[in-house]
Structures are given as C-alpha cells and as structure tokens.
Design a protein around this ligand. Structure first.
Ligand SMILES: Cc1cc2nc3c(=O)[nH]c(=O)nc-3n(C[C@H](O)[C@H](O)[C@H](O)COP(=O)(O)OP(=O)(O)OC[C@H]3O[C@@H](n4cnc5c(N)ncnc54)[C@H](O)[C@@H]3O)c2cc1C
Ligand code: SF4
Length: 561
C-alpha cells in the first residue's frame, strides 16, 4: 500500500476526526503523492449528501454529481422539525410520506440512502444532532447540501461544519426562476418593491408568455377580466385526489400517535406524495381547472374549498414539481387553445411573479422581517382560528376547509382570515405562526411575506401599496356566504350587523395617523372626514365591545392558550 494511503487509513483507525483526516491527507498529498494518487483518494472519500424535507427533486443541486458507488444520501425525520409550530397533521403526513417515497425511488436507482425515521428508538430529535451522528457513522470527506429554504434551517446548516469537523459545501437552489442574488440585484436602489415590475422582468428574462419583446396578447396583466363572482349554476370540476397508499397510511398512524393534539384531521388527506402523482395532479389541473382559473380566482363558495385553483402549492414547495414545468404546461395550454390567455397569464403571475417575489422579499429582509409590526397590533389570536367555532360564516367556512384539507384558497387566506386579523389588530407573531401551522403548503419563506406583507400590512407597505382591508361588502360580492350568515352584511351597526363592517371603519379610524396619507385610501378617509366625532366614537365602541367579548369568551373557555 502506498505511504499516503497507509497514512490515511491509520489516521481513520486512530479515530481522528474526518476534518483532521482531510487536512492530513491534503498536507501529505502536497508533499509526497503523485497527482493521480491524491485524486484517487479524494474520489474514494464518501460525500454525505443531505436532502431536507422540502428538497425532494431529482435535479436538486446537492445531487448533481452524486456517485452512487461512493456517496451516501442522508434524509432525516426529526421531532424538532415537526413541532416548532403545531403543524397540521396533513402537512406532517405529506412531508414524511413524500420523503419516504423519494428515498425509495433513490434506492431503486442504486443510491445508498441513510434514512432516519421518526420512530427509530435512538432518533435524537434534531437535524443538527442527526447530522453529527451520521458523520460519526460514515466519516465522510465532506458534506454537500442545497441551501435551505428557511432562515431557521440555514442558521443550523451554518453550524454543521464546526460541529462535525466535516467540510460543508452549500449549493444554490436552482429550482427557482430567480436566485437570491437575482432578486437582490432587482431591488437594489428601488424605493418600492412592486411585484408587477419584478414579474415583467421575469417574463422577459425567461421568455414566458412573450412574443418578440412584447407580452403575449399585448397586455402584461389581465386582472380586469378576472375577479368574477361564481354564477350559482357553475359547477367546479371534481378534483383528482390521491388516496393514501401503504406508506402514507403507515405515516398517518405515526402522526396520530405522535402529534394527537396538532390541528386538523387526516380523513380527507388527498395530496400527491410522489413525483408521478404530482405530475398527474398538474395534468388534471391544466385540463380541468386552468380554463376557468382566471375568471373565478377570487371567488368563494360555501362547501367548495377548491373551485378552479390548482392545489399544486404543496407539491411545488416540497420539490415534486418545478415551477418551470408548471408555467410551461400552462403556457402550452394557451398556445394549443385549451385555456384562454386571461387564465394562463393570471396563473403564471402567481408562480413566476408572486412565488418568486415573496421568496426574494423573505431572503432580502430576514431575519428582521419576522419582527415587523408597523401597525402596532397586539391582540391575541382568537380561539376560533383553531376551532372554527364562530357565527361569522365566512370565517367558519375558511377555517373549516383549513381543518379538513390543510387548504383554503388565496382569497380566503387574504380577504377572510387575513382581513379579520388585520381589522382586529392581531399581533403579527400570533397570526403568522397560525398560517405557518395550518396549511399543507406552509413554509416560512412563502408564508411569512404573505402574512406580514400582504395580509396584515405589518411591513408598513414594503410589499403592498395599501392594506387589504375590506368590509363585509367585499366578501358578499365575491361569495355566497352572507346569504345564510347569523349576521346581516347590509347592516353597518347594531347587534346583527356584520362585524367586518364596523371593524373596517374602526380600523381606519384607529390607524388614521399612519394611513390617511396613503393615496389609495383617499376615498374611505374622505368619507370618514364627513363623519361627526360621535359617529366615530360609536363605531370604536362597537368594535371594542365585539373584540372584548371575543377575548372574554376565549379567556373563560381557556381555548387557544
Ligand atoms: C396569509 C397568506 C399566507 C399564505 N401562505 C402560503 C404558504 O405558506 N405557502 C404557499 O405556497 N402559499 C401561501 N400563500 C399564497 C397562496 O394563498 C397559496 O400559494 C395558494 O392558495 C395555494 O393554493 P393553490 O396551489 O391552489 O394555488 P393557486 O391559486 O392555484 O395558485 C397557483 C400557484 O401560485 C403560487 N402562488 C399563488 N399565490 C401566491 C402568493 N401570494 N405567494 C406565493 N405563491 C403564490 C402557488 O405556488 C400556487 O400553487 C399565502 C397567502 C396568504 C394571503
Ligand atoms: S355577513 Fe359578514 S360575517 Fe357573515 S359571512 Fe358575510 S362577511 Fe362574513
């Protein structure tokens, strides 16, 4: 055995840490080894490739140069990741089942996977301690990982090299259209960060719905054609759902056992957990949902949670689908005449525009972004956000759908649960953690800017040009909820009045100092200017009475603590 090779083995046998081994190896190879031999030794050292629960993509950068004869893929199910908020049971099942399927697919293609199951007796419970244990098991020459999607996990990854002694390579995540650096270059020097401007650049840069240099059809945005109320006779398509297979069923038992007090039910679990099923879900949406997506993307209907929405966010966010293929599939539907341009442009804007944009906002403004509270909101989250027990039908519908499916669509999130949080002055941290817990698609990088920036204006207008505050009239216009609600949407005050009505005006009155200069709120503030002082005071009293009663009944019931 050549001297260098012997030294390497000796060092390993002596229990030297691998980082030190590698240093020794490098030093020796510089002094004595012929080039070919050093390369040979480097080539036989195991590379530990870590795949996190939302990185289930075969084209992940961490897998790019994987050598199945040498490398080990590490995947970890740990208690800490499942409990840092009380995730909806469906979200945990989705991630764990999809991880297990992904590991099986890797193994079938000849890759060695070290898979740490949640119920393994010696599971140490956190990503960091499991990485340390895996390094002790495999003694890799280095660790490779794709940059995590969330700040919290990135902070963990940054500690792994010094904790394990193994060098770590963190690779960019190429699954997005815009890298973090691309967004940073776009926002640099801009006073306002309007999504629409970013989106147009992305359209041009990636040639999506572009003809020559111009937007397809001549317009960048077809929103004027969208936002219709759903006609009573319109029947949304039946959705392709995926009954749990044996792997998912096994995870369901585990989740019920481990997390019995987490929010939501598993009975209606139907999310795709494999790449093959995610592609079927995409095809199904393109054929049956997309043609009407634009027209009814803001509509809400009692008893129908999905309408024409894609339900693709969970598969996109854990990596089973790529945003590129989803946008291309939608564009192809327009080019072949199976979906109209207003629908396809509206859909592409959500992914190429909003999804990329919120990721950029998150990575540019974190970690301080998490503490934003521009409107100084402090109220606790009402218990009905967990129980759905409220006479307000719009909230009951949105929260009921959330519990049953770990899903409610964008307008329910923004204009029902989000609007109430804004008008009631819920503390940003309280409502932000709720959104992070309750949806199957909830990951902080996408959830946090939507909550703080869009729903509750906690960032003071970094993302939205005005708060999305609305009275009951908006909900009545876009839904059929109000027709059978305990409250009367037409009444502005009094015991039967829709609470959104007086909460809306009370919000504007309370936030007058902060918001009355906003040109987009000029109209309601002009209306308020004509009100006598007593009328303002009466509205504030009514709003306070409603909110205090809510607090009081929560306090008495002890729910939501
Ligand atoms: C308060 C609040 C919290 C939210 N939290 C999340 C979250 O945790 N995870 C998440 O993926 N989305 C979140 N959204 C955005 C949006 O509501 C969901 O992406 C969407 O409802 C998912 O359902 P869908 O797949 O049927 O989407 P569709 O309505 O079919 O839209 C298509 C796709 O566009 C993307 N998209 C649409 N709107 C947005 C948006 N505002 N920001 C980013 N991507 C968007 C999603 O990938 C979605 O799958 C949140 C929105 C609000 C207002
Ligand atoms: S009347 Fe008000 S509370 Fe009832 S469903 Fe309509 S908007 Fe919601």
């Amino acid at each position: 055995m050549p001297r260098l090779w012997q030294a390497f083995h000796l060092a390993q046998e002596m229990g030297a840490r691998l980082g030190e081994c590698e240093v020794l190896l490098r030093a020796l190879s510089h002094r004595t080894a012929p080039d070919g031999l050093a390369a040979e030794i480097g080539a036989v050292m195991t590379v530990l490739r870590i795949i996190l629960g939302d990185q289930l993509s075969v084209d992940l950068s961490a897998l790019a140069d994987l050598d199945p004869g040498r490398d080990i893929v590490l995947m970890m199910e740990v208690q800490e990741e499942n409990t840092y908020v009380r995730h909806h049971k469906q979200k945990i099942v989705l991630v764990l089942s999809a991880m297990r399927h992904f590991a099986d697919a890797l193994r079938k293609s000849g890759v060695t996977v070290d898979y740490v199951r949640l119920d393994k007796p010696d599971n140490s419970g956190s990503l960091t301690t499991e990485v340390q244990r895996a390094v002790a098991r495999h003694r890799p020459g280095r660790i490779v990982v794709t940059e995590p999607s969330e700040w919290r996990v990135q902070a963990l990854v940054e500690g792994w090299a010094s904790l394990t002694g193994a060098p770590i390579e963190v690779r960019a995540d190429h699954r997005f259209f815009a890298s973090r650096a691309r967004f940073a270059a776009w926002e640099r020097g801009r006073r306002s960060w309007r999504m629409e401007h970013f989106y147009r650049e992305m359209r041009r840069e990636h040639g999506i719905l572009i003809e020559g240099e111009q937007p397809a059809g001549g317009e960048w945005n077809y929103d004027q054609a969208n936002r219709k109320r759903l006609p009573a006779r319109t029947v949304p398509p039946a959705r392709l759902r995926f009954p749990p297979d044996a792997t998912t069923l096994e995870v369901m038992v585990l989740v019920e056992h481990r997390f019995p007090d987490h929010f939501g039910g598993l009975e209606e679990f139907g999310w795709p957990v494999t790449r093959a099923d995610a592609v079927l879900a995409l095809d199904d949406f393109i054929a049956h949902g997309l043609p009407n997506f634009g027209d009814y993307q803001d509509a809400m209907k009692a008893g129908d949670s999905f309408l024409f929405h894609s339900l693709l966010a969970p598969a996109l966010n854990i990596g089973l689908l790529s945003p590129r293929e989803v946008c291309r599939a939608a564009e192809a539907a327009w080019r072949t005449g199976t979906a109209p341009l207003n629908a396809v442009e509206g859909f592409v804007r959500q992914i190429l525009g909003w999804r990329e944009y919120v990721r950029g906002v998150y990575w540019t403004l974190m970690p301080d972004y998490a503490d934003r509270n521009a409107l100084q909101a402090t109220r606790k989250l009402p218990a009905f956000y967990w129980t759905g027990d409220t006479d307000m039908r719009c909230l009951r519908e949105a929260i009921g759908s959330t519990a049953r499916h770990a899903y409610s669509h964008h307008i329910q999130r923004l204009m029902v649960t989000g609007n109430f949080a804004l008008l009631a002055g819920l503390a940003p941290r309280e409502i932000e953690r709720w959104y992070l817990a309750v949806y199957a698609d909830a990951f902080e990088w996408v959830e946090m800017p939507n909550t703080l920036g869009m729903a509750i204006f906690a960032d003071g207008g970094q993302m939205a040009s005005k708060p999305y505050a609305a009275s009951g009239a908006y909900i009545d216009r876009m839904s059929d909820f109000c027709s059978v609600c305990a409250y009367d949407v037409k009444q502005k005050t009094g015991p039967n009045a829709c609470p959104f009505n007086y909460l809306y005006w009370a919000f504007l009155i309370r936030q007058k100092n902060r918001l009355s200069d906003n040109p987009r709120l000029a109209m309601p503030y002009r209306t308020l200017a004509g009100w006598p002082r007593e009328r303002e005071a009466a509205i504030l009293d009514e709003a306070d009475a409603f909110l205090n009663q809510l607090d009081e009944s929560d306090r008495r019931s002890g729910i939501g603590k």
